[in-house]
Design a protein around this ligand. Structure first.
Ligand code: PLP
Length: 453
């Protein structure tokens, strides 16, 4: 669609033209011209059960007919209560309270605010700052942008927040040029170092995606990374917020991504796979210890909420989606299908020098592109490699997303693949085939020469 015909203020700028999507079924979506796209990104890591599952719409309609909205200062709803209980049962032990949000940014904003209130309750009001990591994304409110570590989203907007950042646990492009385990987890030690430098009395929490999503394309930290992070957070009395906007509710093959490291955080935020995109909703899951602090206090209320948070129709959608996931064993399937797809992508990497790294867990898989597979040197940002791969894949009927900047600067190309959990092995094969064709076309059109020096 040409923008001259539109009244929508689009995020991609005024010169971008958009296809109009009309329908979706399973892992595919169809545009108004009838073109079929394989949704290799699950609508940006949102779609878990696939497009077009009629029973979710029916559950939402049922709720809308019964009760569409309540004011949460005075009322709760049966559907909100059922969903909160369901989420608490899925969460790590001792994480039993859920506050709903409208999406990822609001869930993270609520978690940051709760961390500040928590320390105020405990007589530590100077703990007001949150530490984030470079190569991360936490949302588009001012505070969540400020704690994000993606230079592309921060630039031009983050001015008045003083939130420190530590290095990402990115072994493939280690910021310290070290190798695990000889590195002795320098990236986790960076948290302790930063706390000392910044003064721990001013720090309320540390926030991290267990596996970095879009900003790093499935960066998986080394085995004992989160244990170390947990120890440091406890030592300096700061909360650990596990940011599971993408990794929550099954995408990595476990209920929550942090379970891969056997660590219990203080707060989990999660959204996308919760309702599989059928309705907007987010969740903040809170540890009993934090709840107890507020329960024992004289504070009359904890004012962190949004008008549409816990919307009954969104709760109905999320409950129906979680029922569907459980009935069809989709989290186990996601783990198995992820292994299959990663294996196929590794086979592709064996014959395609451009692919330096294939990583991730479950159906959250990242590919990093390099000029030299031995030195891991990327192509310069100016080559527009990621942009061209994403655009060419779309022309070829495959939706993927990519970002730049995996090393210390803007250079570095990576894409993230996160199809719905219901993808079949045949559809995984098709995805890899389209990607292989796309890479061959892009290498030719951009005149790329890759080496293994
Ligand atoms: C890891 C992560 N955190 C936070 C957000 C922000 O979520 P929302 O766009 O729902 O506000 C996103 C969105 O893509 C995300 O990927």
């Amino acid at each position: 669609m040409e923008q001259a015909e539109s009244h929508v203020f689009y995020p991609m700028g005024f010169n971008h033209s958009y296809s109009v999507l009309e329908s979706g079924k399973g892992v595919c979506v169809y545009d108004s011209e009838g073109k079929r796209y394989l949704d290799g990104i699950g609508g940006t890591h949102v779609i878990s059960i696939g497009h077009g599952v009629a029973e979710i719409g029916e559950a939402m309609a049922e709720q809308a007919k019964k009760l569409c909205f309540v004011h949460k200062a005075q009322f709760t709803t049966a559907v909100q209560e059922r969903l909160a209980a369901r989420i608490a049962a899925m969460a790590p032990a001792e994480m039993n309270r859920v506050a709903f949000a409208t999406g990822g940014s609001t869930a993270n904003e609520m978690a940051c605010q709760l961390a500040l209130y928590y320390h105020q309750e405990r007589g530590k009001p100077s703990k007001t700052r949150i530490i984030g990591r470079w190569h991360s994304y936490h949302g588009r409110t001012m505070a969540t942008l400020a704690v994000s570590g993606s230079m592309f989203v921060r630039r031009g907007l983050v001015h008045n927040f003083d939130f420190p950042h530590i290095q990402a646990p990115h072994c493939y492009q280690c910021p310290y040029k070290l190798t695990y385990p000889n590195c002795q987890l320098a990236c986790a030690e960076d948290l302790a170092k930063t706390l000392e430098q910044e003064n721990p009395d001013t720090i309320a929490a540390f926030i991290a995606e267990p596996i970095v999503g879009g900003a790093g394309s499935a960066i998986v930290p080394p085995p004992d990374y989160y244990q170390k992070i947990r120890e440091i957070c406890d030592f300096y009395d700061i909360l650990f917020i596990s940011e599971e906007i993408i990794t929550g509710f099954g995408r990595t093959g476990k209920n929550f991504g942090i379970e891969h490291w056997n660590v219990t955080p203080d707060i989990i935020t999660a959204t996308k796979a919760l309702s599989s995109g059928y309705a907007p909703i987010g969740a903040m899951i809170v540890h009993d210890r934090i709840c107890k602090t507020f329960k024992d206090s004289s504070r009359p209320f904890i004012p962190i909420s949004f008008t549409y948070a816990g919307h009954p129709i969104s709760c109905a959608a999320a409950l129906a989606v979680q029922d569907y996931i459980a009935e069809h064993n989709l989290i186990e399937q996601c783990a198995a299908r992820g292994e299959y797809l990663k294996g196929k992508l590794k086979d592709l990497a064996d014959r395609e020098l451009l692919i330096g790294d294939v990583r991730g867990k479950g159906l959250l898989i990242g590919l990093e592109f390099v000029r030299d597979r031995t030195s891991r040197e990327p192509f310069p940002f100016a080559k527009k490699l990621t942009k061209t791969i994403v655009k060419t894949a779309l022309e070829n009927g495959l939706i993927i997303r990519g970002r730049n900047g995996t090393g210390m600067g803007k250079d570095g190309d990576h894409i993230l693949i996160s199809p719905p959990f219901v993808i079949t092995e045949e559809e995984c094969d098709e995805l890899v085939e389209i990607l292989a064709t796309t890479i061959a076309q892009v290498k030719k059109s951009l005149n790329l020469v890759c080496v293994e020096s």
